[in-house]
Write a protein that binds this ligand. Structure first.
Ligand code: ADP
Ligand code: MG
Length: 692
């Protein structure tokens, strides 16, 4: 539990300084200015007081218990100071100082040293090389941090390793006039981790929205488990940066964070139900909306405006993001015709005109809140001199506080003149934005999250008809043989064990055996060279399709024997099954995460089309189904231009069986089923590859 860290009853500062421009001074000043509810104990061997507060020579001299100690002293003194804190029974230490693992092996050794000492005493370490925490809870008001933004009381909590980005976000909220609940920036995070903080914030009643910034995940599995748990309770908004090679390098050098592959992080976010952002501005704006608004139940938006163009901009953005603007119901239209100016535009968007007054706005909001055609409202509110804008603001607040459907408001005003109007909206919890597109994007983020919530996670189905032991035995033998690529025999044997449908097959050694196998399988057949040295078979002349008789099979085999003088050369004889839609399914092991599963347009143009999507194993049925719909050429699977669609259920089942196979055989490094042929009422794999 991080209770005593985030809700400290007393704070001491080891390295409290009398120098105005120092962190050891600023931390104390921040605690005082933010009106920390508990006692503050400056520790300084030379000064009697710091900022007018009695100082102690050593932490041991502090008369009472200490929940949080700040350490603002050179790295080399930290281990001993931790030891002292242990004897004093301090609960948490925020180490603001740098000079640890972020600097190299020497610093790393010091970090290990003090961490071992802390563990011995059961002290939790926050940082080192970090800013610290802030808790704006009126009962606590802990500003255990050397940064500068003084938050209002709020509902959004921020967690990030990077102090700079945490501050960017924090300051963003402040500028919008919305508060922050808890702020946590833990630098090297050698002990208290981001997942642990997220779990705490999940339990913190005052936190309604969690915003996090990551550059890489050190422990993806734990992050996912925790995020999933917490995201089920409250919105978690995240941004991952370090997406370019250059960005990742910058990240690695400034926090010691591990910039893992983007894809995996995105998939973790997705699977955990985290709303992901690529732009910090959008993240901040969306969080502002989440902080006070209910989650929309659908994507249908009603637009109320008193100005034309901004509604057009907002409409474009929202429609571009997948929202719709359904027409007013007859009842709403009739009501508004009666209650607005005759010149007003009674449509969606509703234009109440610049002269529209509070009663007009109220009529729109009430009728559209009650109108089943809408899930959420977007409001443009320009503040002309000739209307009573305070009254309009009050009506918006009144409707907002009913919390029927979410509202965002694009407020077009001069904030220095319309201070009262702005204040009414702000105090009333109306998320106000200064650009139509920005407000629109905040609303679409909420709709996007609504979709995530709607999606039932679904269970991971287990097929009971698989031969797990058989597949494991094949795998064990293959591992023992030290091959990198499994033989066709092994690969198809494993697929058979998991009842993944394949074209009828046999592996043989000679032309004669091939001809015989072909007779058993039934002509026409395909012959493929099978050797670890023949990778892209068709490019190298290792695939002969549509062989109609035994003579053709013998001929194909002898040609390949001439072409590939490899010792391990064998031949896969396979039923020729032309005419299907070629898709690819694949998998790749991701360290600490199991396997990524891929689905997309297959065949020899895979690399050209790059129309593939990924998810993390194990897949639920819903996830497998989504994968089929997420590729660009998804309509091909549905059937276009008079063609019948393919067996989607069959493909979905192959994906699910594949997912189970991967869970059972973690040794698989990469796997490719390319192509899998999809027909109207069946699917079968005709080329498969597994590498260890
Ligand atoms: P590789 O990918 O190593 O070049 P494949 O086994 O995928 O070799 O064969 C190349 C192409 O030949 C496939 O993409 C597919 O279009 C076609 N093909 C291969 N096997 C069959 C089969 N059994 N039935 C129908 N077409 C096939
Ligand atoms: Mg292939």
């Amino acid at each position: 539990m991080l209770e005593s860290l985030f809700r400290p009853k007393s704070v001491a500062v080891i390295g409290a300084s009398t120098k105005e421009f120092s962190i050891g001074n600023r931390v104390i000043r921040n605690l005082v200015d933010f009106e920390f509810k508990g006692p503050i104990y400056p520790i300084n061997p030379k000064a009697d007081e710091v900022r007018g507060i009695k100082a102690y020579k050593s932490i041991m001299d502090v008369p009472d218990g200490v929940d949080v100690v700040h350490m603002v002293i050179p790295a080399k003194f930290v281990p001993q100071a931790v030891e002292d804190c242990g004897i004093k029974k301090v609960k948490n230490i925020i180490i603001n100082s740098g000079g640890f693992s972020e600097t190299g092996p020497e610093g790393e050794a010091i970090e290990k040293d003090f961490l071992a000492r802390a563990k011995k005493y059961g002290i939790r370490i926050f940082g080192p090389n970090c800013q610290g925490i802030i808790n704006s809870d009126p009962d606590i008001r802990a500003y255990c941090n050397f940064t500068f933004t003084q938050p209002d009381v709020g509902y959004i909590s921020i967690v990030a390793l990077s102090g700079g980005v945490a501050e960017v976000i924090h300051q963003g909220f402040s500028e919008m006039g919305i508060g922050t609940r808890i702020y946590a920036s833990n630098g090297n995070a050698c002990d208290v981790t981001i997942p642990e903080i997220i779990r705490y914030l999940g339990e913190d009643e005052g936190t309604r929205v969690i915003v996090t910034y990551v550059e890489g995940l050190r422990d993806p599995e734990t992050f996912m488990t925790v995020a999933r748990e917490v995201a089920a309770k409250k919105p978690v908004l995240a941004m991952k940066a370090g997406r370019t090679a250059e960005g990742a390098k910058a990240a690695a050098s400034h926090t010691g964070g591990l910039a893992k592959e983007d894809l995996a992080t995105d998939l973790i976010f997705k699977k955990a139900g985290i709303l992901s952002f690529r732009d910090e501005g959008e993240l901040i704006q969306a969080a502002a909306a989440f902080a006070t608004q209910p989650i929309p139940k659908g994507n249908r938006v009603g637009v109320i405006t008193n100005t034309g163009g901004p509604a057009v901009i907002a409409t474009d953005v929202m429609v571009g993001d997948g929202l719709t603007l359904p027409p007013l119901s007859e009842k709403t239209a009739a009501f508004l015709k009666e209650n607005l100016y005759p010149e007003a535009s009674v449509n969606n968007p509703v234009d109440v005109l610049a002269t529209g007054n509070a009663a007009h706005y109220r009529a729109c909001m009430d009728s559209m809140m009650a109108d089943d055609n809408y899930d959420c409202l977007y409001i443009n509110f320009v503040t002309p001199f000739f209307v009573d804008t305070d009254s309009i603001a009050k009506e918006i607040v009144a409707v907002n506080q009913q919390r029927i459907k979410p509202i965002v408001c694009n407020l077009i005003t001069d904030r220095r003149q319309w201070t009262e109007t702005v204040k009414i909206l702000q105090d009333g919890g109306v998320p106000c934005f200064s650009l139509p597109g920005v407000a629109a994007r905040a609303l679409s983020a909420m709709v996007r999250y609504g979709r995530i919530l709607e999606k039932e996670a679904g269970d991971v189905k287990t097929f009971m008809d698989v031969d797990k032991a058989g597949a494991a035995a094949i795998m064990q033998k293959a591992v023992a043989s030290r091959r990198k690529m499994l033989t066709a025999d092994d690969v198809y044997g494993i697929l058979d064990a998991y009842k993944i449908p394949t074209a009828g097959w046999a592996v043989v050694g000679t032309a004669e055996e091939a001809a015989e196998a072909a007779g058993d399988i039934g002509f026409p057949v395909v012959v493929k060279a099978d050797s670890e040295s023949v990778i892209h078979k068709s490019d190298m002349g290792g695939v002969a399709v549509n062989l109609a008789d035994a003579a053709a099979v013998r001929e194909a085999v002898s040609q390949m024997q001439a072409k590939f003088p490899a010792d391990d050369l064998k031949f896969l004889v396979q039923k020729f099954t032309p005419g299907g839609t070629e898709v690819i399914m694949g998998a790749k092991a991701e360290e600490g995460l199991g396997h990524l599963i891929m689905f997309g347009v297959g065949g020899i143009y895979v690399e050209v089309l790059k129309d593939v999507v990924f998810n993390l194993a194990p897949l639920t049925s819903a996830e497998a189904e989504d994968m089929l719909s997420e590729i660009r050429l998804a309509p091909l699977l549905e059937g276009v231009r008079g063609q019948k669609g393919v067996d989607r259920a069959g493909l979905q089942e192959v994906l699910l069986r594949l997912s189970q196979l991967l869970a059972d055989l973690p040794q698989i490094q990469e796997l490719d089923l390319n192509p899998t042929l999809a027909f109207e009422d069946s699917a079968c794999v005709v080329d498969a590859r597994i590498s260890l």
